[in-house]
Design a binder for this molecule. Structure first.
Ligand SMILES: Nc1ncnc2c1ncn2[C@@H]1O[C@H](COP(=O)(O)OP(=O)(O)O)[C@@H](O)[C@H]1O
Ligand SMILES: [Mg+2]
Length: 238
């Protein structure tokens, strides 16, 4: 009932240069609202592929994904874009911030896109600016609002990317190796922040990592093995 994401018998096969690459071979997964889960497995096993399917970024070869009541891949491309913008916050290994814009502008961007979409309950530029500032402050970046990405450290860039993922108050945060590119200490700080904010705001967090140490912090760990979720155990939260 309170499942926010349900994946049913998901298959994903890539076709490249005449080669067939079967990556997901019947993944079933249910994620409850507010749950924090980590997806683990060695590089190349299909973690990113799975996250893309769960996050409405790429269509499965077979199978279904439900986000709440909505069957994600029955929507057309425009509806999918709206769904992503409203309901899902993404955080990737590389921050993908826009280099010409300041930290504040980068964080405001998804909010401004939301305002322009037809079904929007209109929010003013000012409201979005206030919200973006609030989130950046929560992350200790109040003195970095006018900095461009190149003027920020790796950890700061990733915090800005996290603020951007949160600005539209998504139900689900999907994080794909969000600290793979950072040193150990910074990586731990980002993980703590991600955990703390997800818990505080009651967000569902799905985080892929090959770092099992960090993965064990999640209340639930899902292991991808040979294209399926083989192991799904609850570990004690630390
Ligand atoms: N767009 C693509 N086209 C072809 N093969 C791909 C594509 N994306 C990923 N793959 C392949 O699918 C497999 C799983 O990749 P990925 O989901 O990125 O794994 P992980 O995130 O666990 O490292 C790899 O063998 C990779 O080379
Ligand atoms: Mg990956």
């Amino acid at each position: 009932m309170d499942d926010i994401i349900v994946a049913k018998n998901l298959y994903k096969t890539y076709y490249q240069n005449g080669q067939t690459i079967p990556v997901l071979k019947g993944v079933n997964l249910k994620v409850k609202k507010g749950e924090i889960i980590s997806i683990v497995g060695p590089s190349g096993v299909g973690k990113s592929t799975l996250l893309h399917l769960l996050g409405a970024l790429d269509k499965p070869t077979k199978g279904k994904v439900f986000l709440g009541e909505e069957e994600v891949y029955s929507l057309d491309d425009k509806e999918l874009a709206t769904l992503r913008n409203r309901r899902i916050g993404f955080l990737f290994q590389f921050h993908h911030l826009l280099s010409e814009f300041t930290a504040l502008e980068n964080v405001m961007m998804p909010g401004l896109i939301k305002v322009q979409s037809p079904k929007s309950n209109v929010q003013s530029h000012r409201e979005i600016e206030e919200r973006a500032k609030g989130i950046l402050e929560e992350m200790g970046l109040e003195k970095r609002l006018d900095h461009r990405p190149c003027e920020l450290s790796g950890g700061e860039q990733q915090r800005v990317a996290l603020a951007r993922a949160l600005v539209n108050e998504p139900d689900v945060i999907i994080a794909d190796e969000p600290t793979g590119n950072l040193d150990r200490k910074t990586s731990e700080a980002i993980h703590s922040l991600l955990w703390r904010l997800s818990e505080k705001k009651g967000k569902t967090l799905i985080i892929a990592t090959h770092n099992e140490e960090l993965a064990k912090r999640a209340e639930r760990m899902v292991r991808l093995v040979d294209g399926r979720t083989a192991d799904d155990r609850r570990s004690k939260r630390r």
